[in-house]
Design a protein around this ligand. Structure first.
Ligand SMILES: Cc1cc2nc3c(=O)[nH]c(=O)nc-3n(C[C@H](O)[C@H](O)[C@H](O)COP(=O)(O)OP(=O)(O)OC[C@H]3O[C@@H](n4cnc5c(N)ncnc54)[C@H](O)[C@@H]3O)c2cc1C
Length: 454
């Protein structure tokens, strides 16, 4: 017999978990199906040999919505905050240089060249107009500032957020606030100030957070509340429309089942969403298939503290592509949060691959661990081999908001108009950060609630 639910959520990463949680909190009979044996998607915290490892995201930026969610879930007291003044470093001319924070310091610093400083002055006192065509992040930074700023600061930042290629990433899709600021005020600095003024309520202090027992605390807390409304090892394989709603075929422990839902929210990555939606309209499949993903390897190495010469006083470091290393950046986990490594040991997590080095994800875990150790040892004065290593390769880690992304999403949105009870949530839509996924999921839930009331 076909089971009926008011709303079905497909995909139990953070986007789907928050959708299902918020729908049920609002009294909607919502069910969440997750293909794998555990919820959380790329958020995955594990303890091995006394090290608390994050296999995916290492931490997240605190947002008002996330803090509110943690309070509701009763896990706010488990939140940890990284030291706010801890420096971040970039590898410049073979040495780790602290990143200047704020435009004032940028001016006085030798970190960036005269062309970038002049560009900043021109931005503050002049007026510029973004081109009509979709502009890449790389082209934008060269147009407004300098190639050196792109290499030293913006490129590493882009690889930190998107593991992306600045020559391919679309400014207006990947960093819409910068695009909007220039478009509306003729200046990024003036536009950003204007935007800050329009924000209501007290100014939020930016924080970098995790939980005492790792990022997965958030996932477990939501999964506990969902209880049987979350079905793991249940993969959505097909769908048809029926009486204004949907019938979704699922595979579960080798068996087949059908769920009937008035409202459907797809929170699976684009390859899955495209295949499912392709069964309603074949145009969906090619649109979703054109969203590229970057592969990333997350390499965690443990060392005895006494074997590391560097003080590790900060967040970690990023590596400009011009430095010729394959490591994109390294997070100094033990310097940020307590309880990440056994006493007397330290945990360093590096990222390799991304859109500019797709071949890296084809290396074996042993090759990746050796590569990272070889590249970071001279930078951090590491005197011995690691005493622990763990490698996770994500072949489709992060969706790339590449040139044309905005158009693709608009075309998907217009195809969706034929299906008013069908919605999308996920990291390829409104930003990959966990906080953005949560905000987007909550907004989707508001629109589901409004449509179910009608
Ligand atoms: C290596 C890495 C580092 C990151 N670092 C950070 C960071 O430092 N800070 C930060 O804020 N963010 C970071 N992110 C980004 C952030 O973690 C993700 O964007 C976010 O967690 C994605 O959540 P999601 O629910 O949209 O997708 P996912 O986590 O991908 O979840 C999708 C879910 O759908 C399920 N699914 C797939 N097919 C089906 C099907 N047919 N039926 C049912 N279920 C299905 C999958 O099993 C999966 O559980 C990082 C991501 C990665 C990979």
């Amino acid at each position: 017999m076909t089971r009926q639910v008011q709303a079905l959520v497909v995909g139990g990463g953070i986007s789907g978990l928050v959708c299902a949680y918020a729908l049920r909190k609002a009294g909607v009979d919502a069910q969440l199906v997750e293909a794998s044996s555990r919820p959380g998607g790329v958020i995955n915290s594990v303890t091995r040999n006394g090290f608390l490892l994050e296999l995916g995201p290492q931490s997240f930026s605190g947002t008002a919505a996330l803090r509110q969610l943690c309070a509701e879930l009763g896990i706010a007291d488990q939140l940890l905050e990284a030291p706010p003044r801890a420096p971040r470093y970039v590898l410049i001319n073979g040495a780790l240089a602290p990143v200047p924070m704020g435009p004032g310091i940028l001016f006085s610093n030798s970190f960036i060249d005269g062309a970038a400083k002049w560009g900043l002055l021109r931005d503050i006192f002049g007026k510029s107009i973004p081109p009509d065509s979709d502009e890449s992040v790389g082209a934008f930074i060269r147009r407004k500032f300098s190639a050196q700023l792109l290499d030293r600061l913006v490129g590493p930042f882009v690889s930190n957020v998107y593991a992306g290629d600045p020559e391919k990433l679309s400014l207006r899709s990947a960093f819409p606030q910068l695009y909007d600021a220039e478009k509306s005020a003729g200046s990024i600095v003036r536009g950003m100030f204007r935007l800050a003024k329009t924000k209501k309520g007290p100014r939020e202090r930016p924080t970098l957070n995790t939980f005492r027992d790792g990022n997965e605390t958030l996932v477990r807390a939501i999964a506990n509340i969902l209880g049987p409304a979350l079905q793991t090892q249940t993969r959505a394989t097909g769908m048809v429309t029926r009486n204004g709603g949907f019938e979704i075929r699922v595979e579960n422990n080798g068996g087949q089942d059908t769920l009937s839902a008035q409202s459907l929210i797809l929170c699976a990555p684009t390859d899955v969403a495209g295949k499912l939606l392709g069964q309603l309209d074949s145009q969906f499949e090619s649109l979703f298939a054109s969203v590229e993903y970057a592969a990333v390897a997350v390499v965690s190495l443990g060392y005895r503290k006494s074997d590391v010469g560097h003080s590790l006083d900060g967040f970690g470091f990023l590596v400009p592509r011009s430095a010729g290393l394959r490591v994109l950046g390294t997070v100094w986990n033990s310097s940020l949060f307590p309880g990440r490594a056994p006493e007397g040991q330290t945990l360093l997590t590096s990222f390799v691959g991304g859109a500019t080095d797709p071949a890296a994800s084809k290396l074996t875990p042993e090759e990746l661990a050796a590569l990272v150790h070889r590249e970071i040892s001279p930078l951090l004065s590491i005197r011995s081999d690691p005493i622990f290593s763990n490698v996770t390769i994500w072949p489709r880690a992060l969706a790339q908001y590449n040139l044309g992304h905005g158009d693709r999403l608009s075309r998907i949105a217009s195809l969706l108009e034929k299906f008013p009870q069908l919605r999308l949530a996920g990291s390829y839509l409104r930003g990959p950060a966990i906080g953005s996924c949560v905000e987007q999921a909550l907004a989707v839930v508001e629109s589901v609630k409004a449509s179910l009331v009608k």
